[in-house]
Design a protein around this ligand. Structure first.
Ligand code: ADP
Ligand code: MG
Length: 719
C-alpha cells in the first residue's frame, strides 16, 4: 500500500489554522493570545523570541564575587512581600541553584510575588551584593523559564525567552509549550520553501523549516544566527517583491511622454548660471534626463538639505519639458514658499524665449504664472486661459493648483516641493491634470532626507536622486551642548552679544511645550520678557510665534530681515522657509525635547553665508535618546547622516508607524541594522521578477506577497 505523503505546509496553510485547533489551547488561552495579536498558527510561528538564555553561561551562586554581574539560574523556594517603613512594597524571594541560596529583593514590583511563586524556575541577572551576611541581588532582571515539573520540554542549553505581555497573562513557558506543539505538528509535513536550493546555496542560507527550528528550538547560538539571517531575508524579500513587481507593472501599463532632450533652453539656462553645478546636481540632472526620455512616466524623489541646490535641478527638468512644447507645474506646500519659488524662477528664467509655434521662427517670452489663494478671481480667469491655450509654460502654485479647475493644454512635467509632507493621493490628483494618454513626469523634492534603506522600504516604488554635496560658500557651524551650568550659558550669551556687536543677528528658539500653541506662545512670551530684562538686556529683540496674526508675523520678519531686530525670540514657526544669511547664532532652549530632524532644520537657519556660525543647544537630557540626539547634532551637520541616526535612535516602527503596509511585517528585521540584507533582498527580488514578472511560476511566493499586501498579485502585477 502506498502511503500518500502530504506536501509540506505553506505559510498560507498555517495562516488558515486558528490557534484553537492546537492541543492545549482552550478558550481562556485563546483569548489571552488574541490580546497579543496571536490568532493563527502562523502568528504563533512568527512570534519570535526576544532573546535567549545560554545555560552554559550560568554562574554558581557560591562562586560569585561581590560586585560581579552574573546570571543565576534557580528555583524559587520562598517568596513573601511586605511594606517598608516608607510605604514601599518589598518582595523578597529566595532562590537556589541546588547548592547555595541567593536572596532577591524587589522594590515597588508587587506583581513579582505572583510571578515568582514558589517552584518557579527563572534566570536572574544582576550584581551580587552581600547584606547581613547573605548573598543577594536587588531588582535583578528576571526571565521566567517555567514552573518546576512543567518545563520538562526544556532540554536544550539555549532557552528562548518570548516577549510576553503582562496584560495577557501568558508566561514564556506557556508560549514555549504552545510553540512546541506547533513545531511538532509542522514537523510532520515540514514547511515548504519558496526559495530554490540553488538560491539557498548562493545566499548561503538555511531552508525555511531549519530556520524556524533554529529560532524556536536552537541547540546553539550559531543556529539562532543562521535562522535569523534567513527569516530577516524573507521579511525583506516579500516586501521588495511587492514593491518592485507593482512598480514594474505600473511602468509597463502607464504611458508617459518621451522627452526629446533636444533644444536650446536647458543649455541656455545652464550657461547663464553664475556657478558650476555640483557633482551631485549634475548627476541628478542626468538621472532625470534619462527618465524623461523613457516612455514610462518618471516618479522620482529628489532629496537634499535646505540649500543643497534643488531648485536648479527642478528648473532644469521643467525646461526640458518646455523646450519640447509641453508645460510644467511647480507646487509648494505654503504660499510663502510658492511665492519664493515663483520669484526665483522668474529671476533665473528672465529673458528666455520659446518658439511660438512649431516650425515658425517667431519667439515669445517664456510664460510663468503664480497661483495661490491670494490670486484674484480675475487673475485666475486670465491664467486659466493661458494655461489651456498653452501660452503659459510654467505654473507655480500651492495646493490650490490641485483643486483648481485649471486645464493644461499639454502638461509634461510636475515638480512637487514637499519640504516635509505631501500625500500620495495629492500626487495622484496632480498627475490626473495631465493628458489621459500621456502621463506627465513627476519629481518630488524633499528637504528631510529619508535614510536610504528606509526609502527602499517605503518608497521602493520611487526612484531617488540625492544632493549630498553642498554648493560652495556655506559657512561652518560650531555646535555646542550647554547644560544647566550658568557659566556655560553665560558664554553662549556672550558669543551672541559679540556677534551682534559685529553687526550679525541671532535666533533664540524657545521650549517646545507639549500641548497647545497657546501654552507655547505663553512660554515664549515669558522668556521674551525675561531675556529683555536679564540676559539680553540692551539688545533689540523681536517676538515671533504661531499665535500671532499673519500681518504681525510678516512685520516682525520684515524688521528682522532688514536688520532692525537683533535677536528673534521664536517658537518653531521659524523652522521652514526663513532665510536671513546675516544670522550667525542659534540658541535652542530645551533642545533635547525636539526631534533630530527638527533640530537640524532649526540649525539650518544659520550658516547661510553670513559668516562663521554657532548653534547652542541648551539641554540637560534625562533620557538616553535625548543624549543620543544631542551627540548626533554635535557630530554632524549632514542631514542624511542625521536622518540615519534618527532612525537608529527611534527605530523604524516609530518613524513609519503603521501607515506603510508591510512595515508591521518586519518582526525580526531592524533598519538601519539590517541594511545590507535589504539590498540583497532587493537584488534577488529584481532577478526573480525578471524571470517571472507576475510570479506565475512561483505560486508560493505569489501567495506570500498577496497575503502581505492584501491584494491579488495577478491584478497588481498585470501589465
Ligand atoms: P534648496 O532648494 O535645495 O534649498 P536652492 O536651490 O534654493 O536650495 O539653492 C540654495 C542657494 O544655492 C541658491 O542661492 C542657489 O542659487 C545656490 N546654488 C545652487 N546651486 C549652486 C552651485 N552649484 N554652486 C553655487 N551656488 C549654488
Ligand atoms: Mg518620460
Amino acid at each position: 500500500m502506498v502511503v500518500e505523503r502530504r506536501p509540506p505546509m505553506t505559510l498560507r496553510d498555517l495562516r488558515a489554522i486558528p490557534v484553537s485547533k492546537l492541543t492545549g489551547v482552550g478558550p481562556a488561552i485563546e483569548d489571552r493570545l488574541a490580546t497579543m495579536g496571536i490568532e493563527t498558527v502562523l502568528d504563533v510561528l512568527t512570534h519570535y523570541p526576544r532573546r535567549y538564555l545560554d545555560r552554559t553561561k550560568r554562574s554558581d551562586i557560591a562562586g560569585l564575587a561581590v560586585g560581579e554581574e552574573a546570571t543565576v539560574f534557580g528555583e524559587v523556594r520562598k517568596a513573601s512581600s511586605r511594606r517598608t517603613r516608607n510605604g514601599k512594597v518589598m518582595v523578597e524571594i529566595s532562590v537556589t541553584d541546588g547548592d547555595s541560596f541567593l536572596a532577591c529583593t524587589f522594590f515597588n514590583q508587587a506583581w513579582r510575588e505572583k510571578q515568582l511563586a514558589i517552584g518557579t524556575e527563572a534566570a536572574f541577572f544582576g550584581k551580587l551584593e552581600v547584606f547581613n551576611g547573605k548573598r543577594q541581588m536587588t531588582n535583578p532582571v528576571v526571565d521566567v523559564i517555567g514552573r518546576a515539573g512543567q518545563s520538562e520540554d526544556l532540554t536544550g542549553v539555549v532557552v528562548p525567552i518570548y516577549p510576553q505581555s503582562g496584560k495577557a497573562d501568558i508566561y514564556t513557558w506557556q508560549l514555549r509549550k504552545i510553540m512546541s506543539e506547533v513545531m511538532r505538528r509542522c514537523a510532520e509535513r515540514s514547511l515548504s520553501d519558496p526559495l530554490s536550493e540553488s538560491l539557498l546555496d548562493e545566499l548561503d542560507m538555511v531552508d525555511r523549516w531549519t530556520a524556524h527550528l533554529g529560532i524556536h528550538q536552537p541547540e546553539s547560538m550559531a543556529e539562532v544566527q543562521a535562522a535569523r539571517r534567513r527569516l530577516i531575508f524573507d521579511e525583506f524579500f516579500r516586501m521588495q517583491l511587492g514593491l518592485i513587481g507593482r512598480k514594474r507593472a505600473q511602468e509597463a501599463r502607464q504611458l508617459g511622454i518621451v522627452h526629446s532632450l533636444s533644444g536650446e533652453l536647458v543649455a541656455q539656462f545652464h550657461e547663464r548660471l553664475p556657478f558650476q553645478m555640483t557633482g551631485d546636481q549634475a548627476r541628478a540632472n542626468a538621472e532625470i534626463a534619462t527618465d524623461l526620455a523613457r516612455r514610462a512616466p518618471m516618479h522620482r524623489l529628489l532629496q537634499g538639505d535646505v540649500g543643497s541646490g534643488k531648485t536648479v535641478v527642478a528648473l532644469t527638468m521643467l525646461l526640458h519639458t518646455i523646450q519640447d512644447g509641453y508645460q510644467g507645474a511647480l507646487m509648494a506646500p505654503t504660499e510663502v514658499l510658492a511665492e519664493q519659488h515663483w520669484l526665483s524662477a522668474r529671476a533665473m528664467l528672465a529673458g528666455m524665449t520659446v518658439e511660438r509655434d512649431a516650425g515658425l521662427f517667431s519667439q515669445r517670452p517664456l510664460g510663468i504664472a503664480l497661483l495661490t489663494n491670494r490670486t484674484t478671481a480675475a487673475e485666475r480667469r486670465e491664467m486659466a486661459r493661458g494655461v489651456s491655450d498653452g501660452s503659459i509654460d510654467l505654473v507655480v502654485g500651492t495646493h490650490a493648483l490641485l483643486y483648481d479647475t485649471l486645464s493644461f493644454a499639454k502638461l509634461g512635467a510636475i515638480v512637487i516641493d514637499e519640504q516635509h509632507r505631501f500625500g500620495v493621493e495629492q500626487r495622484a490628483l496632480l498627475r490626473d491634470k495631465g493628458n489621459e494618454d500621456a502621463l506627465p513626469d513627476v519629481l518630488v523634492m524633499t528637504a528631510t532626507p529619508i535614510p536610504r534603506t528606509a526609502a527602499m522600504l517605503i518608497y521602493g516604488d520611487l526612484d531617488r536622486s540625492e544632493l549630498r554635496e553642498m554648493p560652495p560658500g556655506r559657512t561652518p557651524i560650531t555646535t555646542e551642548v550647554v547644560g544647566e551650568d550658568s557659566m556655560d550659558r553665560e558664554r553662549a550669551y556672550t558669543r551672541l552679544r559679540e556677534q551682534i556687536a559685529h553687526g550679525r543677528q541671532a535666533y533664540l528658539v524657545c521650549p517646545l511645550v507639549d500641548g497647545s500653541e497657546k501654552i507655547e506662545a505663553k512660554a515664549v512670551k515669558e522668556e521674551f520678557e525675561r531675556l529683555q530684562y536679564e540676559d539680553l538686556n540692551g539688545l533689540r529683540l523681536g517676538l515671533l510665534h504661531g499665535q500671532m496674526k499673519s500681518a504681525e508675523k510678516e512685520s516682525v520678519m520684515h524688521e528682522f530681515r532688514t536688520g532692525n531686530i537683533d535677536v528673534l525670540v521664536a517658537t518653531t514657526v521659524i523652522e521652514v522657509g526663513v532665510d536671513v544669511p546675516n544670522a550667525t547664532v542659534m540658541i535652542i532652549e530645551d533642545a533635547d525635547r525636539f526631534g533630530l530632524s527638527q533640530l537640524h532644520q532649526l540649525r539650518g537657519r544659520v550658516g547661510r553665508g553670513g559668516g562663521e556660525s554657532w548653534c547652542f543647544l541648551f539641554a540637560d537630557p534625562d533620557t538616553d535618546d535625548g543624549t543620543a540626539r544631542m551627540e548626533a547634532m554635535v557630530e554632524s551637520t549632514d542631514g542624511f547622516f542625521l536622518a540615519e541616526r534618527d532612525l537608529e535612535i527611534r527605530g523604524s516602527g516609530e518613524i513609519f508607524g503603521e501607515r506603510q503596509s508591510g512595515i508591521s511585517d518586519l518582526k525580526l528585521a531592524r533598519i538601519p541594522r539590517d541594511e545590507p540584507m535589504v539590498i540583497v533582498a532587493r537584488e534577488i527580488a529584481g532577478r526573480v521578477l525578471d524571470d517571472d514578472p507576475s510570479l506565475q511560476r512561483s505560486p508560493g511566493l505569489a501567495h506570500e506577497v498577496e497575503d502581505l499586501l492584501g491584494e491579488d498579485v495577478e491584478f497588481l502585477f498585470k501589465n
